[in-house]
Design a protein around this ligand. Sequence first.
Ligand SMILES: [Zn+2]
Length: 266
Amino acid sequence: MSIRPSTPNSYLPGIALVAMLSVLAVSPASAQFGRSSANRAPIGVQWLGHAAFEITSPGGTKILIDPFLSANPSTPDSLKRLSRYKPDAILVTHSHDDHALDAKAISQLSNAKVISAYEWVNAQGVPANQAMGGNVGGSMRVGDVTIHLVPAMHSSDPGGRPLGFVLEFSDRRTLYHTGDTWLFGDMELVQELYRPNIILLGVGGGPYTMDARVAQMAIRKYFNPQVIVPMHYGTFEGLARAAEVRLRFAGDRRVNMMTPGQKLTF
Ligand SMILES: [Zn+2]
């Protein structure tokens, strides 16, 4: 009796499957994020300093988040002039000046929609055709972007409650701006619902928000992004410095340490 050895060909489907599974096991999300990125228009992310970002959607919609610019020590001088901004919408996570300071002025200069907590938007006296107040769980559409309002664990007096934002683009990719917050268990639901590909992550610590160690724990426990952009640090005395944040996230290739004014595309 002889045992016939398998021909090499009979192994091939198995080898291919193992190879495929090992690729998936290493990094399912980044493989998915990278594979089709060549076929689609990019998402632009410009950090304006502190928690302020201008996001440009694949379809060209401009979303300005937390515009603290004119008096922001981190904002480059060339980006402090409010009339240069022509966003389609201004998103404000909460009422504090280091997030909301220039929102009303830019809305008057640009006719942009203003999206934040209902009470805060109303208190600003924004014209009805620009006011888009909402609350946790709400969603709104601006251009080719759907904006989901999610919780943040912070305060927002006077006016409304603190929020985070998830931007959902037409190619189904998503970007999460945490606002000012500690980590909280419902971040698990933000992940389950929206699976953010890009996270703009508050890491500054000090008296008011989670620090980089806790922010790193939030990512580890709840999220699986392909891109992390730390923010809300280095602006004032008492917040983490860039060197500390860089050290904390050293070796994590998803982390993009941006400089204020820098623009990246994904
Ligand atoms: Zn803040």
